[in-house]
Design a protein around this ligand. Sequence first.
Ligand code: HEC
Ligand code: HEC
Length: 237
Amino acid sequence: MEKTNNRRQKRLKLKICFLLTIGFASAMAWSFKSKSYAKDSDIKIRAEIATDKKDNAGSANYLDEKKSYMSDADKKREEESANAFKEAYRVFMHPRCMNCHPSGDVPLQGDNSQLHTQGVKRGTDGKGLYALKCANCHQSANVPGENMPPGNPNWHLPPANMKMVFQGISPAQLAIQFKNPKLTGKTLQELIHHVEEDKLVLGGWNPGDGRTKPPLSHEEFAMNFREWVEKGAAIPK
Ligand code: HEC
Ligand code: HEC
């Protein structure tokens, strides 16, 4: 009786060992396969970039040099991504954008980004505290004349639980913030969409009488932001 039990146990152990080995081996094979797959597609993408840029066009030993070239292309891509971000950063830091992305809970005003007068505050939803709602003064379009409130449908600050601060932060800090969906509520693709289409963003280029426009055109700005994301969303130094 005991002997058969022992034998059964032994067989069971062998079985378990066998299954574990198979499991391990297939996991290894799978990870190896997916790794080599990623490498192939990487190489393909980078080869396309290389031919795009005509850096390596017509080079006979291109294939032999592929590996060492790859890292150069990678470096270049990262640098281009970071530079595109630095361009876009100039717009984010412009008063037309920063005034609604303050570090505190009071919106900013004017080209010197002073605190908003009249005791206006963010409120939980960004639409103003108590009776001082943004929409009381900010209509759906600009009111003509200097020092009149700019308008936009839905004029408000980001809400208190997702402040999206631009004021006082470096390019690296801003890039890190954009890459964290917990801080933006959006993926990078959704951020591209926001930068390209959002009415408050577009409003920066229709700021109302007496206000300056951001240093790039909206098109250039959106292009730089897209380039930053598509070339790997590098964190600028
Ligand atoms: C009237 C205030 C206001 C102005 C002006 C403004 N924004 Fe915003 N911005 C917001 C609000 C509010 C949000 C939060 C998302 C939302 O509700 O659409 C936001 C979010 C964002 C986001 C992040 C997206 C997200 O949902 O987290 C980006 C990027 C952005 N703004 C860029 C800009 C740029 C660039 C400009 C200037 C051209 C600008 N904003 C001007 C109010 C403003
Ligand atoms: C009592 C009226 C009033 C209320 C309420 C009000 N604003 Fe304003 N806001 C103004 C006026 C007027 C200006 C224009 C000031 C100027 O140009 O000298 C202005 C300007 C601004 C600017 C500067 C725009 C720029 O491009 O420089 C921002 C940003 C702003 N308001 C955001 C808000 C937000 C966000 C709220 C709600 C939380 C709000 N305001 C509530 C009257 C108001």
